[in-house]
Design a protein around this ligand. Structure first.
Ligand SMILES: [Zn+2]
Length: 380
């Protein structure tokens, strides 16, 4: 490795450890990286000068001697912008490097009825307001992360709930940024489940766990941000002689554990994917009230989900799966029901984050990129 490549690698290593272990001292960083204290101090100096890392100073009340500075990702440094396209709304958020939301925007819009080009164009006022907020606060924007209510493969978005097929969302969002006179910003696009998984990881969940969730879809993604695999669990067949599915398959999990399928089976209206708008699924309230048809629908969903997880276990052998997204809104009784249908040895944990997980993860993907290669940001 050349000197330049070595420096790039070491800066990233130090940044990654500060992101993971904050607050952390220079001595601890030297121990954990195997680098000398002098090298760590010089790398940290570079990161603090770029406002990517902040030294909070010694812990208050610490006995005198040689007090160790506590390093964190700089909450006053650059910010990340997240954008989310769901079937009935467009949401935006600004996150600082420590993962704290600084501003939110929510626009009700019939994205599913508009087509991709008009759907993305409808994000313009959301982007404008968020950039105005960042500018007013004197913050640089490190990039725009986009979560889409579907799955992404090969850079193109196919989102059944939005009616989007192989859409180059990155190019469309970049076009909106140019229209707002914002140039040279990175745009990262991922499916809502991969984004929510990243947000759970950044909120402290372990790297080797899997995340199961989604608002518009039922998907599975690793929490490890380096693994870009994300799977569409919703269209895994769970009933061999099941009904036909809009995807062309038959007996898909989505028909039994998806929003529309569960609502129809319980005979309640489908309120759409609107948790971020503060709208609870009518079925959740029915279950809480002990309505038998609602409970049967939830039981059926739990059993179908457990059946879909049989294949997941055989292929990926996860020890822990984090359950998030709309299915997590059915609460502890639902999680218990899934667990009852599972063979022992698999832990199903409730997610930490709620309805805004994917939006946080969209912005979080920009933070993850800065953490993985801080020099690219410093030199850019
Ligand atoms: Zn299907």
């Amino acid at each position: 490795m050349g000197a330049q490549a070595m420096r790039r690698h070491n800066v990233a290593l130090v940044m990654e450890l500060i992101a993971r272990d904050a607050p952390v001292s220079r001595v601890e960083l030297a121990q954990r990286t195997g680098l000398t204290k002098a090298t760590v101090s010089s790398l940290v100096a570079e990161l603090t000068a770029a406002e990517l890392v902040r030294d909070l100073g010694p812990e208050p009340g610490r006995v005198p001697g040689r007090p160790a500075g506590r390093l964190v990702l700089d909450p006053y440094g650059p910010v990340a912008l997240g954008l989310q396209f769901a079937s009935g709304h467009i949401a935006g958020m600004i996150l600082d490097l420590s993962g704290r939301p600084l501003a939110r925007q929510l626009r009700r819009f019939d994205v599913a009825g508009a087509g991709a080009a008009d759907g993305v164009r409808a994000a313009r006022p959301v982007l404008r307001r968020l950039f105005d907020e960042a500018t007013t606060a004197g913050r640089l924007v490190a990039g725009v992360g986009v979560a889409v209510g579907g799955l992404v493969s090969g850079g193109l978005v196919s989102a059944l709930p939005l009616g989007w097929r192989e859409v180059d969302v990155r190019a469309l969002v970049a076009g909106e940024l140019r229209a707002l006179d914002l140039h040279g910003l990175d745009v990262l696009v991922a499916g809502e489940v991969a984004c929510a998984a990243l947000a759970e990881y950044q909120a402290g969940a372990a790297r080797d766990w899997l995340y199961l969730g989604g608002e518009e879809v039922i998907g599975l993604a690793p929490l490890n941000p380096a693994a870009e695999l994300a799977g569409d669990l919703g269209h895994v067949p769970v009933r061999r002689r099941g009904e036909p599915c809009p995807c062309g398959g038959r007996g898909c999990l989505e028909l039994y554990a998806g929003r529309a399928g569960m609502a129809a089976s319980a005979g309640v209206p489908d309120a759409g994917a609107a948790r971020l708008l503060g709208v609870e699924e009518p079925l959740v309230a029915r279950v809480r009230a002990g309505d038998p048809a609602a409970e049967r629908a939830v039981d059926r969903a739990a059993e179908a989900l457990a059946d879909a997880l049989v294949g997941v276990r055989a292929l990926l052998a996860p020890e822990t799966i984090v359950l998030g997204g709309r299915l997590a809104a059915f609460g502890e009784p639902f999680r218990q029901r899934v667990v009852e249908h599972l063979a022992p040895g698999l832990t199903l944990r409730p997610a930490k984050l709620g309805a805004d997980a994917a939006l946080r993860g969209a912005a979080g993907s920009v933070i993850a990129r800065v953490v993985a290669d801080p020099l690219a940001w410093i030199e850019g």
